[in-house]
Design a protein. Structure first.
Length: 154
């Protein structure tokens, strides 16, 4: 069970979504940026320039890791391989926060490359709560949820 008092360790200050093409500029002149957000899936590989740059940035800035691929609201089980790669990243980086979209993006073995809205049902609430518990148990940290995407009214 996670400590319910744990909150994000991000400063209450301006932060930006990090893009690799801005690496040098952020290091040369970071003001007023005080923290960075990265997409987890861009850094779940085994090495190379992205992880080297992230390592360097993490020495200077708190990092917020934002996932887009867990499919928290999906009907099927979470992808354990994806979750294991995410754990490896979070264990290595020890980010100030971790968040994910409250959406679904996969069905069976298909990844739909979109963040789809959830049905407003009791079954959805139970499934999402179970998925959140699984993620938090595996990562050993609280997960923040970004607003659900919705393209239509149910």
């Amino acid at each position: 069970m996670l400590d319910a008092t744990h909150r994000s360790d991000l400063p209450n200050a301006p932060g930006v979504g990090y893009k690799p093409q801005h690496f040098a500029e952020i290091l040369d002149s970071p003001a007023p940026v005080e923290w960075l957000e990265i997409h987890a899936e861009n850094y779940m590989g085994l090495g190379g320039r992205p992880l080297a740059q992230l390592r360097h940035l993490a020495e200077r800035f708190p990092i917020s890791v934002h996932g887009v691929g867990l499919s928290i609201g999906g009907e099927g089980p979470l992808d354990c391989d994806h979750l294991a790669r995410l754990k490896t990243l979070c264990d290595w980086l020890n980010p100030a926060s971790f968040s994910e979209h409250l959406a679904w993006s996969s069905h069976e073995s298909a990844f739909l490359n979109d963040l789809l809205p959830l049905a407003y049902t009791q079954d959805t609430v139970i499934r999402v709560a179970d998925h959140i518990d699984q993620v938090q148990d595996v990562l050993g940290r609280k997960m923040l949820l970004e607003n659900p995407s919705s393209y239509l009214a149910f």
